[in-house]
Design a protein around this ligand. Structure first.
Ligand SMILES: N[C@@H](CCC(=O)N[C@@H](CS)C(=O)NCC(=O)O)C(=O)O
Length: 172
């Protein structure tokens, strides 16, 4: 999504997941990994920040200090809490337990409370935080749509994100 929002050409390259070769380009054998200028860069935060800063086009990080902090709050929430409690906790290969559902629902409820009525997470401008949260909410919607019931602010924001070309073109 970040590449598309910035107008950067990219190619998705398969990797032998968990292999030694994978370990050589990501020490923890995860995704994503950006290959750029002959170097391999792991980790979403580093990758999306680099794409935004190293390429021309409208910035995806606000100039205003408070808005930038708000973007980082959301990115921390995505990275630390929603990724762990929603994306990782809700399984794909079996129905979730009640405990797993409760863990995810608590995290989503707290995220809902953090929404403050702006069009995007850090204000009226799209930022890296929106591009981080959108796939996480889509992941939840694929696996357990009922968890999103009643989360009005998150659902309104997700509808807006779902209309973007960058979302449609990268749909799972
Ligand atoms: N902190 C890492 C997390 C990376 C991560 O866990 N990625 C997931 C995909 S979204 C993954 O590789 N999962 C497969 C696995 O854990 O084996 C980042 O933000 O890049």
């Amino acid at each position: 999504m970040t590449c598309i929002e910035k107008g950067i050409d990219y190619e998705l390259v398969p990797v032998a997941y968990g292999s030694e070769a994978h370990g050589q380009i990501h020490p923890f054998r995860r995704m994503p990994i950006l290959e750029i200028d002959g170097a391999m860069m792991p980790e979403t935060l580093a990758i999306t920040g680099h794409l935004d800063e190293a390429f021309p086009g409208a910035s995806l990080q606000p100039e205003d200090h408070a808005a930038r902090a708000r973007m980082r709050i959301w990115m921390a929430v995505c990275s630390d809490y929603l990724f762990r409690d929603v994306v990782r906790t809700i399984p794909r290969d079996r129905p979730p337990t009640n405990e797993e559902l409760a863990t995810a629902a608590t995290a989503l409820g707290r995220a809902e409370e953090l929404m403050d009525g702006d069009a995007f997470l850090a204000g009226e401008q799209l930022t890296l935080a929106d591009l981080y949260l959108a796939p996480q909410i889509a992941n939840c919607g694929e696996k357990t749509p009922a968890l999103l019931d009643g989360l009005e602010a998150i659902n309104a924001w997700a509808r807006l994100m779902g209309e973007r070309e960058s979302f449609k073109l990268t749909a799972p």
